[in-house]
Design a protein. Structure first.
Length: 480
């Protein structure tokens, strides 16, 4: 699992590291990493490094210092480097001197439009860890002159480092090179950061207990249940699906199907769509009601069950069964409307809630604000549940404060029925006995990868996403 830390903690860790490192050494390491990435981008976009033109946008702090030193390293490779100094009196003195010694130029804001328009690559060193608010006037006026690829130093300037929010003019980077450890905006606003590359400057030993976690293919591949030689259909966990209604039988088919495809344990379905589910998934044991469904190791409840008395009874029944429950869609609305249904749940019974922003607002009384991480953590504590807040970056918080972020590569999952597929995945992993936080995180990961595989640049249906689940799991296994 990869860690992500807030800027306050990174700054403190940097302070400790700076105290035991020769002066300037960390900046040199960081800047060298920027220069290597710049050269790679020039090579990719122009086909050569020497004789290409790079514009540096240089702000008042060390972020600008990184850019100036990177410019010096690029000069050594024959690149024509021009620094645009946004605040000439405050530009990093050693960095500026080094760039000038290497034959680089420095200009003021008035010459910036021409420099930017001629550039093959722009390096954004306007502001880094100490950024507050959107770009100020001078820097903001330059945005319209940028047409070349942008390499952001540490973070795209103007984007809030801890929340990833943008309240005004901000840089959109093609690639971001960050130092020591990734910061929240890299996962909360991946669209602005482009591809994020991490340069090791020796900071990780100074950091512990990340504020956010991110799963990779190896983590998910390791966690994903694999039957052993002594397993049978029951020992791998039986998933129960309480979904669908006469009006929405499709939700039942989708949620059940994704549980069938996710692991090789057994799946039971209980609800009014039993006939349709049986026809589509003959391997499923389907019954008409949760009361005669038989034993399961986890329940998925909610997709398409409606928000009436019947749905409420179903929800109350599965919550009282003493096994982990993934409450999705209508179940979320029912919990918001009738919070006392949760009284049916034993305090020790794991619960996973999977709201989108609207359902989150219904559940908690407030839409997730700029601090999505804070909002989802508070909800997890309040409901004593794992809360999975859907979005382009899906956040998954556990009641003990751990938060996972899953970054989707595209937005193809914004399609009808996609949530039903996710809940089936969560349920099957809960049934296999996985820690509920990890189960929800691994499910979100495979869900988004299945969407990539199904879409490949064109819209994908929820059925298409579901059909791609085995391919997404196969990919994990290969990578893992
Ligand atoms: N401290 C360290 O050990 C290291 C720091 N490094 C670099 O140093 C950066 C942090 O440097 P600093 O703390 O000097 O701060 P920054 O360079 O992030 O910002 C400095 C100045 O920008 C101004 N500013 C804030 N918000 C602004 C906005 N929206 N528009 C325009 N100006 C704004 C601030 O008033 C401040 O004076 C990191 O992001 C990284 O790039 C690296 O060199 C690696 C080592
Ligand atoms: K920057």
């Amino acid at each position: 699992m990869q860690g992500i830390w807030t800027t306050d903690r990174i700054r403190k860790a940097e302070g400790r590291l700076l105290a035991v490192t020769p002066e300037g050494a960390l900046m040199q390491r960081a800047a060298f990493g920027v220069a290597v990435n710049a050269a790679e981008m020039l090579d990719a976009h122009k086909g050569h490094v020497a004789a290409s033109r790079v514009a540096l946008l240089v702000g008042a702090g060390n972020n600008g210092g990184d850019a100036l030193w990177a410019g010096k390293f690029l000069r050594n490779r024959g690149v024509a480097v021009t620094a645009v100094l946004l605040n000439p009196e405050k530009a990093h003195p050693q960095g500026l001197a080094a760039l000038r010694r290497a034959g680089g130029r420095a200009v003021g804001l008035e010459d910036a439009p021409d420099v930017l328009e001629e550039a093959d690559l722009v390096i954004d060193g306007i502001v880094g860890l100490s950024a507050r608010g959107p770009l100020r006037e001078g820097a903001a006026s330059l945005l319209e002159h940028i047409s070349a690829p942008v390499l952001a130093v540490d973070l795209p300037s103007g984007v809030d480092p801890d929340h990833g929010t943008v309240d005004g003019p901000a840089i959109t980077a093609t690639r971001t090179v960050t130092f020591g450890a990734r910061k929240p905006l890299h996962v909360l606003n991946p669209q602005r950061c482009g591809e994020v590359r991490l340069i090791d400057i020796g900071l990780l030993p100074e950091l512990s207990d990340p504020d956010l976690w991110q799963l990779d293919a190896v983590d998910v591949g390791t966690a994903w249940p694999m039957p052993g030689p002594h397993d049978n259909k029951y020992t791998q966990g039986v998933t129960g699906i309480a979904a669908g209604s006469a009006t929405y039988p499709g939700a039942a088919v989708l949620a059940t199907g994704s549980a069938v495809l996710a692991t090789s344990g057994m799946v039971r379905y209980a609800g009014p769509a039993a006939d349709l589910v049986r026809t589509k998934w003959p391997e499923v044991i389907a019954t008409g009601s949760v009361t005669d469904a038989g034993r399961v190791q986890a329940w998925v409840v909610g997709p398409g069950i409606g928000t009436g008395q019947e749905g409420r009874d179903v929800l109350r029944h599965v919550l009282s069964e003493g096994v982990p429950v993934c409450a999705d869609a209508d179940a979320t609305t029912l919990i918001a409307r009738y919070p006392d249904v949760l009284d049916a749940r034993d305090p020790g019974t794991p619960l996973v809630l999977t709201p989108h922003a609207g359902e989150f607002e219904r559940l908690t009384g407030a839409a997730p604000d700029d601090d999505r991480v804070g909002a989802v953590k508070a909800a997890a504590r309040r409901f004593d549940a794992v809360v999975l807040l859907k979005g382009n970056t899906t956040l998954i918080a556990a009641p003990d404060g751990r938060v996972l972020a899953n970054v989707a590569r595209g937005s193809w999952l914004a399609t009808a029925g996609s949530g039903d597929v996710l809940s089936g995945l969560v349920g099957s992993l809960l049934a296999s006995g996985l820690d509920p936080w990890l189960a929800a995180g691994a499910a979100a990961y495979v869900h988004s990868r299945a969407a990539d595989l199904a879409a490949r640049g064109v819209p994908a249906s929820a059925t298409g996403v579901e059909t791609s689940i085995p391919a997404a799991i196969r990919q994990l296994r290969r990578l893992g």
